[in-house]
Design a protein around this ligand. Structure first.
Ligand code: BTN
Length: 323
Protein backbone atom coordinates (compact mmCIF):
# COMPACT_ATOMS: atom_id res chain seq x y z
CA UNK A 1 0.00 0.00 0.00
CA UNK A 2 1.21 3.52 -0.82
CA UNK A 3 2.44 4.86 2.50
CA UNK A 4 1.09 8.34 1.82
CA UNK A 5 -2.40 6.83 2.12
CA UNK A 6 -1.54 5.53 5.59
CA UNK A 7 -0.56 8.92 6.98
CA UNK A 8 -4.04 10.11 8.03
CA UNK A 9 -4.52 6.90 10.05
CA UNK A 10 -0.99 7.07 11.46
CA UNK A 11 -1.65 10.65 12.56
CA UNK A 12 -4.97 9.67 14.20
CA UNK A 13 -3.31 6.87 16.17
CA UNK A 14 0.03 8.62 16.84
CA UNK A 15 -0.91 9.60 20.42
CA UNK A 16 -1.21 5.93 21.45
CA UNK A 17 -4.86 6.25 22.60
CA UNK A 18 -7.66 3.83 21.74
CA UNK A 19 -10.06 4.65 18.90
CA UNK A 20 -12.82 2.45 17.61
CA UNK A 21 -12.85 1.27 13.99
CA UNK A 22 -16.05 3.23 13.54
CA UNK A 23 -14.57 6.50 14.85
CA UNK A 24 -11.46 6.06 12.70
CA UNK A 25 -13.59 5.34 9.61
CA UNK A 26 -15.69 8.44 10.27
CA UNK A 27 -12.66 10.68 10.93
CA UNK A 28 -10.92 9.54 7.76
CA UNK A 29 -13.97 9.18 5.56
CA UNK A 30 -13.31 5.51 4.77
CA UNK A 31 -15.11 2.20 5.50
CA UNK A 32 -14.29 0.03 8.53
CA UNK A 33 -12.89 -2.60 6.14
CA UNK A 34 -10.56 0.02 4.69
CA UNK A 35 -9.49 0.97 8.24
CA UNK A 36 -8.75 -2.69 8.96
CA UNK A 37 -6.68 -3.06 5.76
CA UNK A 38 -4.63 -0.02 6.67
CA UNK A 39 -4.06 -1.35 10.18
CA UNK A 40 -2.69 -4.57 8.65
CA UNK A 41 -0.42 -2.50 6.38
CA UNK A 42 0.86 -0.63 9.45
CA UNK A 43 1.68 -3.94 11.11
CA UNK A 44 3.66 -5.02 8.08
CA UNK A 45 5.89 -1.96 8.64
CA UNK A 46 6.76 -3.29 12.09
CA UNK A 47 4.25 -1.19 14.07
CA UNK A 48 2.52 -3.01 16.90
CA UNK A 49 -1.23 -2.46 17.10
CA UNK A 50 -3.38 -3.52 20.04
CA UNK A 51 -7.02 -4.39 19.42
CA UNK A 52 -9.30 -4.54 22.47
CA UNK A 53 -12.99 -5.26 22.11
CA UNK A 54 -15.14 -2.39 23.31
CA UNK A 55 -12.20 0.06 23.08
CA UNK A 56 -10.89 -0.29 19.53
CA UNK A 57 -7.33 0.03 18.28
CA UNK A 58 -4.22 1.75 19.48
CA UNK A 59 -0.51 1.77 18.77
CA UNK A 60 1.33 0.01 21.57
CA UNK A 61 3.81 2.93 21.50
CA UNK A 62 2.96 6.52 20.52
CA UNK A 63 4.60 7.80 17.34
CA UNK A 64 6.42 11.08 16.70
CA UNK A 65 6.52 11.34 12.92
CA UNK A 66 9.30 13.43 11.36
CA UNK A 67 8.23 17.00 10.58
CA UNK A 68 10.17 19.26 8.28
CA UNK A 69 9.49 22.44 10.22
CA UNK A 70 10.47 20.95 13.56
CA UNK A 71 13.72 19.54 12.14
CA UNK A 72 14.67 22.83 10.46
CA UNK A 73 14.09 24.69 13.75
CA UNK A 74 17.38 23.18 15.02
CA UNK A 75 19.51 24.52 12.16
CA UNK A 76 21.12 27.95 12.33
CA UNK A 77 21.48 30.30 9.37
CA UNK A 78 24.88 28.91 8.41
CA UNK A 79 23.95 25.19 8.54
CA UNK A 80 20.67 25.99 6.79
CA UNK A 81 22.49 27.79 3.97
CA UNK A 82 24.39 24.59 3.16
CA UNK A 83 21.23 22.67 2.51
CA UNK A 84 20.03 22.50 -1.09
CA UNK A 85 17.07 20.29 -0.24
CA UNK A 86 15.57 18.43 2.71
CA UNK A 87 13.52 15.34 1.94
CA UNK A 88 11.47 13.32 4.41
CA UNK A 89 10.37 10.08 2.78
CA UNK A 90 7.71 7.82 4.31
CA UNK A 91 9.46 4.83 2.77
CA UNK A 92 12.54 4.09 0.68
CA UNK A 93 14.79 1.09 0.10
CA UNK A 94 17.86 2.98 1.40
CA UNK A 95 18.39 6.72 1.91
CA UNK A 96 22.03 6.23 0.86
CA UNK A 97 21.04 4.53 -2.39
CA UNK A 98 18.44 7.23 -3.02
CA UNK A 99 20.93 10.10 -2.67
CA UNK A 100 23.66 8.30 -4.64
CA UNK A 101 21.20 8.30 -7.53
CA UNK A 102 20.24 11.96 -7.18
CA UNK A 103 23.92 12.82 -7.74
CA UNK A 104 23.77 16.29 -6.23
CA UNK A 105 25.48 17.69 -3.12
CA UNK A 106 23.88 19.40 -0.11
CA UNK A 107 20.77 17.20 0.07
CA UNK A 108 19.57 15.69 3.33
CA UNK A 109 17.18 12.77 3.25
CA UNK A 110 15.39 11.23 6.23
CA UNK A 111 13.16 8.18 5.90
CA UNK A 112 10.55 6.81 8.28
CA UNK A 113 11.16 3.29 6.97
CA UNK A 114 13.87 1.59 4.91
CA UNK A 115 13.02 -1.68 3.19
CA UNK A 116 16.69 -2.43 2.39
CA UNK A 117 18.74 -0.26 4.78
CA UNK A 118 22.44 -0.79 4.11
CA UNK A 119 25.03 -1.42 6.80
CA UNK A 120 28.76 -1.81 6.47
CA UNK A 121 30.28 -4.93 4.91
CA UNK A 122 27.10 -5.86 3.04
CA UNK A 123 24.98 -6.11 6.20
CA UNK A 124 21.37 -4.95 6.44
CA UNK A 125 20.41 -2.11 8.71
CA UNK A 126 17.27 -2.88 10.72
CA UNK A 127 14.93 0.02 9.85
CA UNK A 128 11.41 -0.30 11.33
CA UNK A 129 8.88 2.47 10.67
CA UNK A 130 8.75 5.69 12.68
CA UNK A 131 11.04 4.72 15.51
CA UNK A 132 14.72 5.38 14.76
CA UNK A 133 16.59 7.88 12.61
CA UNK A 134 17.76 7.01 9.11
CA UNK A 135 19.51 10.01 7.59
CA UNK A 136 21.75 10.50 4.56
CA UNK A 137 23.47 13.71 3.48
CA UNK A 138 25.13 14.14 0.09
CA UNK A 139 28.21 16.30 -0.17
CA UNK A 140 30.37 17.33 -3.06
CA UNK A 141 34.19 17.26 -2.69
CA UNK A 142 36.68 18.66 -5.17
CA UNK A 143 39.25 15.98 -4.30
CA UNK A 144 38.25 12.46 -3.49
CA UNK A 145 40.68 10.00 -1.93
CA UNK A 146 42.74 11.70 0.80
CA UNK A 147 40.01 14.08 1.92
CA UNK A 148 37.27 11.56 2.03
CA UNK A 149 38.99 8.58 3.64
CA UNK A 150 38.55 9.98 7.15
CA UNK A 151 35.01 11.22 6.63
CA UNK A 152 33.19 8.39 8.47
CA UNK A 153 35.45 8.97 11.47
CA UNK A 154 34.66 12.70 11.49
CA UNK A 155 30.94 11.90 11.24
CA UNK A 156 31.23 9.87 14.46
CA UNK A 157 32.47 12.99 16.27
CA UNK A 158 29.60 15.12 14.91
CA UNK A 159 27.08 12.49 16.02
CA UNK A 160 28.64 12.55 19.50
CA UNK A 161 28.36 16.39 19.46
CA UNK A 162 24.67 16.23 18.53
CA UNK A 163 23.97 13.64 21.23
CA UNK A 164 25.82 15.69 23.84
CA UNK A 165 23.71 18.72 22.94
CA UNK A 166 20.66 16.49 23.43
CA UNK A 167 21.93 15.65 26.92
CA UNK A 168 23.37 12.20 26.18
CA UNK A 169 26.77 11.55 27.79
CA UNK A 170 29.23 8.62 27.73
CA UNK A 171 29.31 8.31 23.96
CA UNK A 172 32.38 6.58 22.57
CA UNK A 173 33.61 5.74 19.08
CA UNK A 174 34.84 2.43 17.76
CA UNK A 175 36.99 2.42 14.64
CA UNK A 176 35.99 2.77 11.93
CA UNK A 177 32.31 3.67 12.12
CA UNK A 178 30.49 2.69 15.31
CA UNK A 179 29.00 5.00 17.90
CA UNK A 180 28.72 3.24 21.23
CA UNK A 181 27.21 3.78 24.64
CA UNK A 182 28.85 1.69 27.38
CA UNK A 183 30.09 -0.80 24.82
CA UNK A 184 26.79 -1.22 22.96
CA UNK A 185 26.17 0.08 19.46
CA UNK A 186 23.86 3.09 19.36
CA UNK A 187 24.54 4.32 15.83
CA UNK A 188 26.48 3.44 12.70
CA UNK A 189 27.86 5.38 9.74
CA UNK A 190 28.06 4.24 6.13
CA UNK A 191 29.84 6.57 3.71
CA UNK A 192 29.56 5.81 0.01
CA UNK A 193 31.40 7.56 -2.82
CA UNK A 194 30.76 8.23 -6.45
CA UNK A 195 33.13 9.97 -8.82
CA UNK A 196 36.70 9.93 -9.95
CA UNK A 197 39.46 8.31 -7.92
CA UNK A 198 41.64 11.40 -7.75
CA UNK A 199 39.15 14.05 -8.80
CA UNK A 200 35.79 15.50 -7.74
CA UNK A 201 33.37 13.14 -6.07
CA UNK A 202 30.03 12.93 -4.36
CA UNK A 203 30.05 11.48 -0.85
CA UNK A 204 26.85 10.21 0.69
CA UNK A 205 27.09 10.00 4.46
CA UNK A 206 24.46 7.71 5.98
CA UNK A 207 23.66 7.63 9.68
CA UNK A 208 21.45 5.11 11.42
CA UNK A 209 20.69 6.06 15.03
CA UNK A 210 18.67 3.78 17.32
CA UNK A 211 15.97 5.72 19.14
CA UNK A 212 13.40 3.06 19.97
CA UNK A 213 14.11 -0.34 18.52
CA UNK A 214 11.18 -2.51 17.61
CA UNK A 215 9.82 -4.79 14.97
CA UNK A 216 10.54 -8.16 13.49
CA UNK A 217 14.16 -8.94 12.81
CA UNK A 218 15.44 -7.30 16.00
CA UNK A 219 16.66 -10.70 17.26
CA UNK A 220 18.91 -11.15 14.23
CA UNK A 221 21.06 -8.08 14.99
CA UNK A 222 24.41 -9.77 15.50
CA UNK A 223 26.14 -7.36 17.87
CA UNK A 224 25.33 -5.82 21.27
CA UNK A 225 23.14 -2.75 20.66
CA UNK A 226 21.25 -0.14 22.63
CA UNK A 227 18.71 2.58 21.88
CA UNK A 228 18.29 6.11 23.15
CA UNK A 229 15.05 5.28 24.95
CA UNK A 230 16.93 2.79 27.13
CA UNK A 231 19.73 5.29 27.80
CA UNK A 232 17.60 8.28 28.81
CA UNK A 233 14.73 6.27 30.32
CA UNK A 234 12.04 8.08 28.35
CA UNK A 235 10.82 8.46 24.78
CA UNK A 236 13.45 10.46 22.87
CA UNK A 237 12.23 13.68 21.17
CA UNK A 238 12.61 12.40 17.61
CA UNK A 239 12.38 15.66 15.66
CA UNK A 240 14.76 17.42 18.04
CA UNK A 241 17.38 14.67 17.74
CA UNK A 242 16.93 14.60 13.93
CA UNK A 243 17.38 18.40 13.77
CA UNK A 244 20.45 18.45 16.03
CA UNK A 245 22.02 15.61 14.07
CA UNK A 246 21.47 17.35 10.75
CA UNK A 247 22.79 20.65 12.13
CA UNK A 248 26.04 19.09 13.41
CA UNK A 249 26.55 17.08 10.21
CA UNK A 250 26.14 20.12 7.95
CA UNK A 251 28.37 22.31 10.12
CA UNK A 252 30.99 19.58 10.30
CA UNK A 253 30.91 18.80 6.57
CA UNK A 254 31.43 22.47 5.66
CA UNK A 255 34.52 22.66 7.89
CA UNK A 256 35.79 19.26 6.79
CA UNK A 257 35.81 20.41 3.17
CA UNK A 258 38.37 23.06 4.20
CA UNK A 259 40.52 21.22 6.73
CA UNK A 260 39.98 17.42 6.44
CA UNK A 261 40.40 15.07 9.36
CA UNK A 262 43.70 16.34 10.83
CA UNK A 263 42.22 18.91 13.30
CA UNK A 264 39.71 16.30 14.50
CA UNK A 265 42.23 13.56 15.18
CA UNK A 266 42.80 14.41 18.84
CA UNK A 267 39.07 14.55 19.56
CA UNK A 268 38.51 11.21 17.87
CA UNK A 269 41.29 9.63 19.90
CA UNK A 270 39.77 11.08 23.05
CA UNK A 271 36.45 9.35 22.27
CA UNK A 272 38.09 6.06 21.19
CA UNK A 273 36.70 3.13 23.21
CA UNK A 274 39.61 0.84 22.28
CA UNK A 275 42.47 3.17 23.21
CA UNK A 276 45.29 1.21 24.86
CA UNK A 277 43.34 -2.06 24.68
CA UNK A 278 44.53 -5.38 23.26
CA UNK A 279 42.60 -5.92 20.01
CA UNK A 280 42.33 -8.19 17.02
CA UNK A 281 41.77 -6.75 13.56
CA UNK A 282 39.95 -9.17 11.26
CA UNK A 283 40.35 -9.17 7.46
CA UNK A 284 38.69 -11.47 4.96
CA UNK A 285 42.06 -13.26 4.68
CA UNK A 286 43.31 -13.33 8.29
CA UNK A 287 43.87 -11.21 11.38
CA UNK A 288 46.41 -9.09 13.25
CA UNK A 289 46.60 -8.61 17.01
CA UNK A 290 48.12 -5.71 18.87
CA UNK A 291 47.42 -2.77 21.13
CA UNK A 292 45.10 -0.05 19.76
CA UNK A 293 46.84 3.34 19.63
CA UNK A 294 44.08 5.46 18.06
CA UNK A 295 44.10 6.90 14.54
CA UNK A 296 46.67 8.76 12.45
CA UNK A 297 45.93 12.01 10.57
CA UNK A 298 44.43 10.05 7.64
CA UNK A 299 42.09 8.01 9.80
CA UNK A 300 44.11 4.79 9.67
CA UNK A 301 44.04 2.70 12.85
CA UNK A 302 47.40 2.45 14.59
CA UNK A 303 48.27 -0.87 16.18
CA UNK A 304 51.37 -1.69 18.20
CA UNK A 305 52.22 -5.20 17.02
CA UNK A 306 55.23 -7.45 17.52
CA UNK A 307 56.55 -6.02 14.24
CA UNK A 308 56.26 -2.44 15.50
CA UNK A 309 53.53 0.16 15.00
CA UNK A 310 51.44 -0.43 11.89
CA UNK A 311 48.66 1.64 10.28
CA UNK A 312 45.53 -0.05 8.92
CA UNK A 313 42.94 1.47 6.62
CA UNK A 314 39.27 0.65 6.89
CA UNK A 315 37.49 -1.39 4.25
CA UNK A 316 36.49 -4.98 4.69
CA UNK A 317 37.87 -5.11 8.22
CA UNK A 318 36.40 -5.33 11.69
CA UNK A 319 37.88 -4.75 15.10
CA UNK A 320 37.40 -6.88 18.23
CA UNK A 321 38.54 -6.29 21.77
CA UNK A 322 40.58 -9.18 23.19
CA UNK A 323 39.79 -10.49 26.65
C1 BTN B 1 26.82 0.27 9.98
O1 BTN B 1 27.11 0.46 11.16
O2 BTN B 1 26.90 -0.86 9.48
C2 BTN B 1 26.37 1.44 9.12
C3 BTN B 1 24.89 1.64 9.20
C4 BTN B 1 24.38 2.82 8.40
C5 BTN B 1 22.87 2.85 8.33
C6 BTN B 1 22.36 4.10 7.70
S1 BTN B 1 20.61 4.31 7.89
C7 BTN B 1 20.63 5.66 6.78
C8 BTN B 1 21.59 5.29 5.66
N1 BTN B 1 20.90 4.54 4.63
C9 BTN B 1 21.33 3.28 4.55
O3 BTN B 1 20.90 2.43 3.76
N2 BTN B 1 22.31 3.06 5.45
C10 BTN B 1 22.60 4.26 6.21
Amino acid sequence: MDLHRLYPLLNSLADGRFRSGETLGRELGISRTAVWKRLRAMESLGLEIQAVSGKGYRLSRPLELLQRKQILAHLDSSSCSMLTDLEILPEVDSTNRYLMERSQGGIACFAEFQSAGRGRRGRRWHSPFGSNIYLSVSWHFEHSTGTVSGLSLAVGIWIADALRQAGVEEIQLKWPNDILHRGRKLAGVLTELKGETEGPCLAVVGVGLNLEMSGRGIESIDQPWIDLHTIIGQRPPRNRIAGLLLHHLLKGLAKYRETGLAPLRERWNHLDCMAGQPVRLLFPSGSVTGTALGIDENGALLLRTIEGTRAFHSGEVSLRQLP
